[in-house]
Unconditional design. Structure first.
Length: 202
């Protein structure tokens, strides 16, 4: 009687499944490449930030050592070693590190977007006098005379192709205003949360 557990080619069904559950060479290569890139992202990150990432000592030491190497060939070899150490990590360890690095990237994108918004605001101030009026209405405590003088000087710098001293000062002022607005928003949110908790407690 034919064995119901055997396929047409003579494998038991369990043997057949095990044979094809193994990852393919291309899949293994993709995983190795992903781990190598993750290791490179850690090498490129600030040293203090890397030290806070949960990872085994051997991986951390390989990354920190690579950050100190300036020789191109030496750094390339150490990067390969970092990749080798990354492949010793468990799936859970890789997931934690990947989540941390993704968080950095998200924060970096948000910071870049905020800086671009400040740059656009500076351009509006230089192009349209009404933009200063709008800014003053949003930030009543701003030194209008100082900013008006800087705008005039920045326009002159551009017209005469001079170093952008006033242009940069405007950016710093706008950056400080944006930071102050974010702090105020954070304080307001915390106050609202405290009020809600007090109401619920009572």
């Amino acid at each position: 009687m034919p064995n119901a557990n055997r396929g047409a080619v003579g494998f038991q069904s369990s043997e057949f499944e095990q044979k094809y559950e193994r990852p393919s060479k291309s899949q293994l290569k993709r995983e190795m490449t992903a781990l190598q890139k993750l290791g490179e992202a850690l090498v490129d990150a600030p040293r203090d930030r890397v030290k806070k990432v949960p990872m085994p000592d051997n991986v951390l030491e390989a990354i920190l050592e690579c950050q100190q190497i300036t020789n191109h060939e030496g750094r390339r070899r150490q990067l390969q070693y970092v990749g080798k150490q990354m492949r010793t990590l468990s799936e859970d360890e890789v997931a934690i590190i990947q989540k941390t690095v993704d968080g950095w990237r998200g924060a970096s994108k948000a910071e870049a977007a905020a800086l671009h918004a400040i740059e656009r605001q500076r351009e509006r101030l230089l192009a349209d006098d009404s933009a200063l009026t709008d800014l003053c209405s949003q930030h009543p405590s701003i030194d209008v005379q100082q900013l008006r003088t800087l705008i005039r000087n920045a326009r002159k710098e551009q017209a005469e192709h001079k170093p952008p001293k006033a242009y940069r000062e405007i950016f710093q002022i706008l950056k400080s205003l944006a930071a102050g607005s974010n702090d105020q928003l954070s304080d307001d949110t915390s106050s609202e949360r405290d009020d809600e908790e007090n109401e619920n407690a009572s």
